[in-house]
Ligand binder design. Structure first.
Ligand code: ADP
Ligand code: ZN
Length: 435
């Protein structure tokens, strides 16, 4: 039997959810128009007044916000309350450029914690659990978010932060951690280290993992589940909207339920800004419906995904988003072909390689080059050059089928690619240096 943290919201009827959203958006637009001059200007430019927003369907009339707006308005330009009403600042990881900051009132900290608590309960978390949080603590939202959720549910919380893998393992074993929270790349590393220390998957007490903050494939999920002996669940979020817990996976493991009573989601065509119907792939846009301190409306995430309102077996009625394929700016255009790192990861894991890889893009004589360094597992390692070359050719052929272009694959020695303790850096694009 599924358990919920806030059943009245998580299993609300469609009518009830629309009623909540209608009520909140009217209030929120008025609040933002009156208190955020930056956004008021955008609305004025577009000729939209708060009175034009009578319900959630009118949201289409509002202007978008982008990361550039956040950088322009940095640091205080998008605040919706007095600074004295804010109690926390967090910052993005800066994966795609200059970091931006977000502010939280006491109310927003509570709301964020509740969203993460929904995620915890959805993976079977309760006050019986020991929750090991090894997302980074500090400015990054990963640690603070999952920590808050863990407290709300009453889990015994281990605020490990990331890194120091030996200590992670010692505490995991000594204190019988049952839920692990970190990036999927770090979970893979912990699994690998446990095996090296001679532990079998059944030696730990973990039952579930809540992994997010970076894109990961279904193949990666299966590999982590196997190495740690757990069920691995996805969680999604971004600092601008609050942090992890904007959406979370349930027992069905087929996409993440969006906490749409707080964060209204749309999918748009990234070129035209047109709102796309349910089921179509496009850029995810969020409106925070009831944050007053940092109330972003129609914020373009640059994450590419699909929404679905198909009935979920867990009983939740919250709309679901598919795993993001990566960001629109993660997509590499190589010799005119669109390539996502997730496609490369899928091939590697399907072909029996480790999830330790690095993608190198460059331009030589005006032609794009794609090189992929892939680490061999210790049991694949061989001194025979011909054997390694044969493996490289086979992997190149499999990549060509998936990507539509042929990369050069280089198999490298076990442990030669740096492990990630937070968000993994997979792509090195040197073309930018020559432009
Ligand atoms: P930055 O944008 O600098 O990385 P954040 O730390 O706020 O800052 O990260 C938010 C971004 O991380 C999201 O927009 C998304 O691209 C990525 N992300 C977060 N969770 C997931 C997930 N479960 N799957 C794929 N990508 C994710
Ligand atoms: Zn569900």
């Amino acid at each position: 039997m599924a358990e919920y943290y806030q059943p009245e919201i998580e299993t609300a009827s469609r009518e009830e959810m629309i009623r909540i959203q209608n009520e909140k958006i009217v209030k929120q637009v008025k609040h933002v128009y009156e208190n955020v001059p930056y956004y008021r200007n955008l609305m004025d430019e577009k000729g939209v007044k708060p009175e034009d927003i009578k319900g959630i369907d009118d949201i289409k009339k509002l202007p978008f916000l982008t990361k550039n707006d956040l950088r322009e308005a940095y640091p205080y330009g998008l605040l919706g309350t007095d600074l004295k009403d804010c109690v926390r600042i967090q910052s993005t990881s800066g994966t795609t450029g200059k970091r931006v900051v977000a502010f939280y009132t006491q109310h927003e900290i509570g709301l964020w914690g509740a969203c993460c608590a929904r995620a915890k309960v959805a993976v079977g978390g309760s006050n019986e659990d020991v929750c090991q949080v090894c997302y980074g603590y500090g400015l990054f939202t990963g640690g603070a978010g999952l920590h808050g959720g863990s407290h709300k549910v009453g889990c015994l919380t281990l605020p490990m932060s990331s890194g120091n893998t030996e200590r992670q393992i010692q505490f995991m074993m000594d204190l019988n951690s049952t839920i692990l929270c970190c990036t999927p790349s770090y979970a893979a590393y912990i699994g690998e280290t446990l095996a090296e220390r001679g532990y079998k998957p059944e030696d730990n007490k973990l039952k579930a993992g809540i992994f997010g903050a970076e894109p990961w494939t279904e193949e990666m999920r299966r590999s982590i589940e196997k190495s740690l002996g757990i069920k691995a669940y996805d969680i999604y979020g971004l600092t601008e909207i609050s942090g992890p817990g904007v959406s979370f996976e349930c027992e069905a493991q087929t996409g993440m339920h969006i906490n749409e009573d707080h964060f209204y989601a749309e999918i748009i065509n990234p070129e035209t800004g047109e709102v796309l119907p349910e089921g179509e792939k496009g850029e995810l846009v969020f409106t925070s419906l009831d944050k007053e301190g940092f109330p972003l409306l129609r914020y373009r995430t640059r994450d590419i995904c699909v929404l679905s309102r198909e009935k979920c077996s867990c009983g939740r009625t919250l709309v679901k988003m598919a795993k993001p394929m990566g960001r629109s700016d993660d997509m590499m255009i190589i010799r005119g072909v669109n390539v996502f790192p997730s496609q490369i990861e899928t091939v590697l894991l399907n072909e029996g390689y480790s999830p330790n890889y690095q993608i190198l893009v460059d331009r030589v004589n005006n032609t794009d080059t794609l090189d992929i360094n892939v680490e061999l597992n210790p049991d694949q390692f061989s001194d025979k050059v011909s054997e390694i070359q044969g493996r490289e050719k086979a992997l190149e052929a499999a990549m060509r089928t998936m990507l539509g272009i042929g990369p050069k694959v280089h198999l490298v020695a076990p442990k030669s690619i740096a492990r990630s303790e937070g968000k993994a850096v997979r792509i090195i694009d040197n073309r930018k240096l020559h432009d």
